[in-house]
Design a protein around this ligand. Structure first.
Ligand code: PNW
Length: 486
């Protein structure tokens, strides 16, 4: 960590790519327009409006369904190389299956992709960012092993349609959030709480990813030369102090939150990590289950998964500090299997989101961990961001971005193979249960205005400057906030 204090000016190479990200539910709006099907988030928020901090759901969001040209104009203002957005599965396949293909839904993505290509902005398309067709949830969603085939069918329809125009694909955003927040902590749609479902979901989502990857590899890759990856939520975790029990607790935490998802794809042996297998098997037995709640991967499945990604997408926001927990961790659940308590550093700067504090060294340490354990994987940072209150002078976001980019430059210098960095988010959007009470945008959105007016924040101008110069200047400040004229 000595390197932190040296003042050398580091530079991003010319082939390093910069982008920004959004997701369909969070920005598109038009939730029931032109034949779009209902998603699990539509259902969850319509049935439970009170779970949203400020009550604002994704029915309208940023209305990007209507204002995508303005979105692309903002991308041009920023000068980004690529735009990471997601396709809404229920917008294009309202039943979840390819039997019903929604022309007008596809038209929206045709328009968006063509507008991007017109201005030389590379589309990076996420196939699944949390918004499952409700009709598939009615069949059990990701806990049903058939979901693997449903996803492959959906991927095939989208690959067929956009393979010549889209070269960067992300199958799934954050399998760990999909499976542990929704099926374990009841913190995300569809809100289930079962104890077994987290792992069934994990297995199915990972296999769904792998099948889509193999499909692309077999049918499209030679001709179209695209890359297919998957985005993982990867925060760093350190022990709260160096007591033996907290150091061990941290290893367990990393096992469940990092290795459970990475080991099947990036390790030499494949499969779920043996430490996690042991813990879940032991607790399952104590709890009276006849076999481990963590399902077994067959040799065929292990092979399918191993190496099934051209790049690792990392969504990195913060670092957590791990302690042993004295709570009763007997009842079966993912969280209880991990069985630790997490806190945030008390000296770290706090954002507008309770879970998010700034600890840039964590990105550096995470990258070293991945290099050591997974042999220098090819990485895209597919999300990194910071939340604030509304307001254009977002100095805390500027500071956070600069510090994390400096950490990334150090990681690169120490051998990390990162191809690109993506800010979450292009603009303020519907931050799931937080509604619009936590703002992540480089552009502010006025949700009260008729056209959901977007205005560049100071951070947008600073990001533009970084992209232009390839360096992170400590005290550069825009003279005015009009990005269009910069
Ligand atoms: C990401 N954490 O999720 C999601 O991919 C985005 O859709 C979301 O808007 C963004 O982060 C901001 O929240 C995360 O607790 C949610 O560390 C929580 C965490 C990380 C990522």
């Amino acid at each position: 960590v000595e390197a932190w204090s040296d003042n050398r000016q580091r530079k991003f190479s010319n082939d390093f790519k910069f982008g920004v990200s959004t997701s369909a539910y969070q920005v598109e709006g038009a939730w029931n327009v032109d034949g779009k099907g209902e998603s699990i988030w539509d259902r969850y928020f319509h049935d439970n409006p009170k779970v949203i901090t400020d009550g604002r759901n994704g029915d309208e969001a940023c209305d990007s369904y209507y204002y995508y040209k303005r979105d692309v104009e903002m991308l041009r203002e920023l000068g980004v190389d690529y735009y990471r957005f997601s396709i809404s599965w229920p917008r294009v396949l309202p039943s979840g299956f390819p039997n019903e293909q929604n022309k007008l839904g596809f038209q929206y993505y045709d328009n968006l992709i063509d507008e991007l290509l017109k201005y030389n902005i590379t589309p990076m398309v996420t196939l699944y960012h949390f918004d499952l067709p409700q009709k598939l949830q009615d069949l059990g969603g990701w806990v049903n092993p058939l979901s693997v085939d449903w996803f492959e069918d959906y991927a095939k329809v989208v690959f067929d349609k956009y393979t010549s125009k889209v070269k960067y694909w992300i199958t799934v955003n954050q399998p760990n959030s999909i499976c542990t927040s929704a099926y374990g902590e009841a913190a995300m749609a569809p809100v289930l709480n079962k104890g077994v479902s987290e792992y069934e979901c994990t297995k199915n989502v990972l296999l769904a990813h792998a099948k889509a990857y193999r499909l692309y590899e077999k049918e499209y890759k030679n001709k179209y030369k695209g890359s297919v990856g998957i985005s993982m939520s990867l925060n760093w975790a350190d022990p709260a102090d160096n007591s033996t029990e907290n150091v061990e607790a941290t290893e367990v935490f990393r096992g469940f939150n990092i290795d459970l998802f990475l080991n099947p794809i990036w390790s030499k042996t494949g499969d779920f990590p043996s430490t996690v297998k042991k813990i879940v098997a032991k607790k399952s037995k104590q709890q009276g289950f006849s076999e481990s709640r963590l399902p077994v991967l067959s040799p065929k499945e292990i092979k399918l998964l191993r190496g099934s990604a051209d790049f690792l997408g990392i969504n990195h926001y913060t670092t957590v500090l791990v302690k042993t927990s004295d709570e009763d961790v007997q009842s079966p659940s993912f969280v209880n299997d991990v069985g630790v308590e997490i806190v945030l550093g008390d000296k770290w700067k706090q954002s507008q989101s309770a879970w998010l504090r700034s600890a840039p060294y964590g990105l550096y340490k995470l990258s070293i961990y991945l290099n050591q354990n997974y042999d220098y994987p090819t990485i895209f940072i597919t999300e990194h961001g910071w939340s604030t209150k509304p307001g254009l002078r977002d100095r805390s976001r500027v500071e956070n971005m600069r510090q994390y980019l400096n950490a990334l430059l150090l990681a690169i210098e120490d051998g990390t193979n990162v191809k690109g960095y993506t800010v979450w988010s292009l603009m303020d959007n519907v931050e799931w249960q937080a509604g619009t009470s936590e703002r992540f945008g480089l552009y502010e959105v006025d949700f009260e205005s008729k056209d959901k007016k977007r205005t560049a924040r100071m951070s947008a101008l600073v990001y533009k400057r970084i992209i232009d110069t390839r360096i992170v200047e400590e005290d550069w400040e825009p003279k005015h906030l009009n990005i269009a004229t910069l």
